[in-house]
Design a protein around this ligand. Sequence first.
Ligand code: AMP
Length: 174
Amino acid sequence: MRRDYKSIIREIPDFPKPGINFKDVTPLLTDKDVFHDLIDDLSDEVNDWDFSKIAVIESRGFLFGAALAYKLHKGIIITRKKGKLPHRVLRAEYELEYGTDCVEIHTDSLDKGERVLIFDDLIATGGTAEATGRLVEQCGGEVAGYLFIIDLAFLNGVEKIKRYPVRTLVAFNA
Ligand code: AMP
């Protein structure tokens, strides 16, 4: 890896609510050289994987995922929370601590058999990532694997998607 990204990511205690130690990735974006190195390092992780599109998860996933897709010359599948996408959608629900949430993609955003990399800035419980994988498969695609900048390893989210290849750059234990 070109840099120690863990030391650049900012930790904000009790944001957005008490007990959450929020990982603020904005310092990875503000410095042009850090951002450049990060995209190159993300690219190195999946360079030899077979996929033609990247499913990028709202909203920080968009920022890094779009740059990565440009670098690797891949298409982008926008993955959003409920009601944000204008055309025909497929929806997958996932469990939260209390209740459920869901993600949606446009049904025509991938072709049958197309291989897709799923990208987000961070995996916590893995619910969002796992649901995104289900969406890709419901649309007839194949999940080539998952890529994240940050793994909140103490939450064991990777367990939910371990039947696929998973790469993460930085792990936090609290
Ligand atoms: P999960 O579905 O639990 O894996 O949550 C992953 C999503 O929530 C990602 O899109 C993250 O950006 C966001 N997220 C969850 N926990 C944190 C955290 N501690 N700091 C920053 N973002 C988080």
